[in-house]
Design a protein around this ligand. Sequence first.
Ligand SMILES: [Zn+2]
Length: 466
Amino acid sequence: MYLLYFKWVSILIHAFEEFLDWRFMKNVCKNLMRICGLCCFLGALLFTACSEIVGADGDATLPPDANRTIVHKIYPNDMAKNDSAAANLARGIMLVVHPRASYTLSFDVDPSLPAPELQLFRTFEIEGETGRVGFSKVRTLSPTVVNNRYVYKFNCEENKMSIWFTSLGVDGKYYEGDVNNISFTGVGAYSDHFSINLIVVGSMEKTRDGKSVEELSRYMLKMFREKYYGVKIDTLYVRYAHEHPTLGHKYPANKPWVAGKNSDDYFVSELAGWPEDGLRNALNIVLVHSIDDKDIMGFSRLFAGVMGAGKEGSVVIGEHVQRSNVEIELMSSKNIVMTAIHETGHFFGLRHTSATKRDMSQTSILEDGSKIFMSDMSNADDGLTDTPFCKFVQENALYKQAEEHEFVRGDIYYLKRPNHLAKSDLTSCPDLDNVMFPVTVDEDLDVSFTKQQMNLVRSSLMIFPH
Ligand SMILES: [Zn+2]
């Protein structure tokens, strides 16, 4: 076990940003983001209470470089290039791993140096040391060489989604060779079926087009089944927070629930893992009156990894959007459902087909006040060959704001501002009709997922315990 302390604060912030996608977002308070980041990542770490598997190999341990901040994270089957993760693999990156899944990490052989060993470390929170993380070695792996690539295979014996650290070394020293074309793949042990639990929190009115919650839920199931054609959605349950067997009293049926205002937890995580057969391991979609930030319609974490109970693993959508302090706009059933489908795409690990400036402008402030750039420009494209890339997305003036709000990661979803887009190049983007295009230019456009996106969704679903 190692108690070398990492610059934990920045790791927390990063974890949050990397994972979170705000639909429709323009402004988010920095402090809020930091606090949420803390909750989010501590939540993930608390899950790692599993049996110790310290390597019995007797190998010398090469811990991640304590003089560096670990900010790069890689999750399985992501096809984006992840060049920054590759460059930092030797001195420490984060791998997102799940129970019972088998993983393969590989990269090109650098013929100028001997083959390096990969060491893996489980992370855990240290009791009484808030803001610090410890880690212990899981194992040391030697590569096989296949098609001129180093290939490392391992299984995850955790009992919950976990973060592992890496190091890459030769004779107890960090590997100095080039790590090019990194690939991290995973094969899960769970089914390609899932159910959805639509959790309705607080009072709800009819949608702009007159649908009741029951009608909305039927339409949602129909659209999910149509759009998520590569997996099977068994059932969509509807449960009302005020009827929760133990927590119902906290969520009165006659009051609108504003996420982030009525409680600190934007995700209303305690409602996930509904205590009822069939629902415990469902994908939780939380429907609230609105979200306590301007222009936000929904949000989720990228590769959230949690079906059922868990911190911040839900997809959250609002029936209304706050336009200003006094103006609130009721959404149509199509807007609500398509937002849920887009955010669920992120939940299962899909990136935007073309990254926005916001996606690419993540920085974090370290404990000493200095800034660190955390984005990976090589991930501007999602890496899937059947989703075209549109350079106009990053060039577009609509995203200028991103430079002033570096903690922001999110989408812009224009509904009632067609004039903004009249002269925009975005309308000529070849990925405009993809669900994961970051801007909705025309809400009547029929959007869909490609085959590769659906394969990624399916593989993530089979990795997420459910
Ligand atoms: Zn998005």
